[in-house]
Design a protein around this ligand. Sequence first.
Ligand code: NAP
Length: 214
Amino acid sequence: MNILVIGANGQIGKMVVDKIHSNSPHDAIAMVRKGSQQEQFKKRGIETVTADLENDFSHAYEGNNAVIFVAGSGADTGADKTDMVDRKGAMKAIDLAVKHNFVRFIMLSAFGADLNPQEWPKNMAHYYDAKAAADDYLQQTNLNYTIIRPGRLTNDSGSGKVDFGERTDERQGAIPRQDVAEVLVQCLDADSTYRKTLELLSGDCTIKQAIEAI
Ligand SMILES: NC(=O)c1ccc[n+]([C@@H]2O[C@H](COP(=O)([O-])OP(=O)(O)OC[C@H]3O[C@@H](n4cnc5c(N)ncnc54)[C@H](OP(=O)(O)O)[C@@H]3O)[C@@H](O)[C@H]2O)c1
């Protein structure tokens, strides 16, 4: 697959691109917002495309057939950016994947996006609402999607051990970004994850075992 990584310059995005490039049969196409972000990929032979979720980014889909969406407006921006990037940007990304008959769409969501809105922390409600709306939208398509909802992201070293599966009431916690990136890439070809919405935390199972057990 030619995998358009939306949010490739982000912390998880860079890891995802690297893992696809170095350790998968697929090609990563790094979608970045600025020309200055391209060099880090180009010098390693990784294709890039400059595009912004807040503008027309349809050109980024040409020649590709799968998406890993790891973009996000970030904690330091206001509700307006959350709306433009996490909700409308994600929905446009989904629409374009449908239009171009993409064979795979993996969405990085957030743990708790499916909770009752009254349970969301007030200062994060607009973010969870946007993530939930984008996830719902993706679930309504015929795309071969996987929605992954990680707990709190850390910069600890990846352990390769996860708790990954459909929603349960018991789960809560965190997970290193390295492990999230590894799961995103391993899910690409894992048919057990097709058209599923899955929670992801650090745990006791290897990523391979956890994916096989879904
Ligand atoms: N923090 C948590 O605990 C947590 C928990 C669960 C899920 N998440 C989700 O996981 C996502 C990825 O995490 P991360 O740590 O890798 O985030 P990150 O480092 O902030 O990366 C987000 C990426 O999105 C890109 N982006 C922002 N606006 C964009 C736009 N308009 N068009 C295209 N790209 C755009 C950014 O581009 P630039 O590099 O140009 O700024 C950046 O590369 C978060 O955004 C969040 O939605 C977070």
